[in-house]
Design a protein around this ligand. Structure first.
Ligand SMILES: Nc1nc2c(ncn2[C@@H]2O[C@H](COP(=O)(O)OP(=O)(O)O)[C@@H](O)[C@H]2O)c(=O)[nH]1
Ligand SMILES: [Mg+2]
Length: 363
């Protein structure tokens, strides 16, 4: 008898997956469920995992590879969540540039794990601005191969969840919903705001009650998919800054502003850049999901003389260039008076996806 429900929430970089996971977890914990979260990245030192742990949520991180290319790492994290944490609901966030999850994750889970797990419908979150551009046949500033990944993510979804509806009027919501349903007729389309919680309980009800999951496998050109991922430089870095009394919220905003100005000036499309600064148990998080106008900073780390800062950046440029740009921005910001200790620093170009399993048929 399956006792744990597994909810996979995919979607492109910046769609709002982590914010959504957090809200959904809070709601389900409030309903008395034991919720575990699994995050995923190409490299360790994830802002998302840190953010979720700081909010007292149980988090396992699968890093170094995406879930589909490290299926056993993913199931090990699931096992740990079930056995050590006694989770009855697990919500997993795959890498935002990852697709083909129905063939490589959903079907193998249904085939090999159906006694332990009940796999919920594959939910794919979408940012409304990016989605509208893609539906209009544009690339939303992305490389055409990255836009291909975006479309494939939606094409394989059981549930397309249009997020951030707090930014839209009700007419805009209806128009976008109708256009999405028309382009992706086999998916159910829902609307939510991970920020306000609107639509969250409807989503929970839908994934709790729907049995059918991983209903379709889409055709996937792995050359285009691989290139769509390879055009993104990836950087995860952690530094400790100390020695000077600093307003960390302001520093986070300035850092992101400088990065955004540089990416925009050089014409480098941003997948997602996030920064978390922690000091004395408080934190501030900054996000950039496109050009400078997408910059947002939330929460507060206050003012003190030491902070731990994690930067995760996925930007369309070479990893070396991304490394140079982020290092320059941090160095320029720090100037005199700070002692800077690099705790971890990785930059890379995602390798060609090579899934552990790939099913050709729906189980
Ligand atoms: N206005 C608005 N912003 C949101 C919402 N959900 C997420 N965001 C913002 O979108 C950005 C990316 O969110 P995140 O959860 O990190 O996206 P992920 O990359 O898909 O995990 C952040 O700045 C979030 O604050 C939402 O419902 N409304
Ligand atoms: Mg995330």
């Amino acid at each position: 008898m399956a006792t744990t429900k597994l909810m996979i929430v995919g979607g492109f970089l910046g769609a709002g997956k982590t914010t959504f996971l957090w809200q959904a977890a809070q709601t389900m914990i409030g309903q008395g469920r034991r919720v575990g979260l699994i995050t995923n990245d190409q490299a360790p030192e994830l802002v998302d995992s840190r953010l979720l742990s700081l909010n007292n949520l149980r988090v396992e991180e699968v890093s170094g590879s995406c879930f589909c290319c490290n299926f056993n790492g993913f199931t090990a994290a699931i096992r740990k969540m079930c056995e050590a944490a006694g989770a009855d609901v697990i919500i997993a966030e795959p890498v935002g540039s990852c697709t083909d999850l129905s063939a490589t994750i959903m079907q193998p889970l249904k085939q090999y794990w159906n006694r332990q797990l009940e796999t919920a419908p594959l939910s794919v979150l979408a940012d409304p601005v990016r989605l509208a551009a893609i539906l209009a046949g544009e690339t939303s500033g992305l490389h055409p191969d990255a836009a291909y990944i975006y479309r494939k993510q939606l094409e394989e979804a059981d549930l397309i969840v249009i997020n951030k509806v707090d930014l839209l009027s009700s007419e805009q919501i209806e128009t976008l919903k109708a256009a999405t349903a028309k382009t992706f007729p086999s998916a159910r389309v829902m609307t939510v705001s991970a920020r306000t919680g609107e639509g969250l309980s409807e989503w929970i009800e839908a994934v709790m009650q729907t049995q059918a999951a991983g209903q379709r496998i889409v055709e996937m050109d792995y050359d285009i998919y691989a290139n769509g991922e390879a055009v993104l430089g990836w950087l995860n870095g952690t530094v400790l800054l100390r020695g000077k009394r600093t307003d960390w919220d302001e520093l986070t905003r300035t850092l992101l502003n400088r990065l955004a100005a540089r990416f925009d000036a050089d014409g480098l499309p941003v997948g997602h850049v996030k920064v978390i600064a922690e000091s004395d148990g408080s934190y501030v998080v900054g996000n950039l999901t496109g050009t400078v106008d997408t910059l947002s900073v939330r929460h507060s780390a206050g003012t003190s003389d030491v902070a731990r800062i994690i930067v995760n950046a996925r930007v369309e440029t070479s990893p070396e260039n991304l490394d140079a740009i982020v290092r320059d921005a941090i160095n320029a910001l720090c100037g005199d008076g700070y002692e800077q200790e690099v705790v971890a620093w990785r930059y890379l170009q995602p390798g060609r996806p090579n899934p552990t399993h790939r099913f050709a048929q729906v189980v």
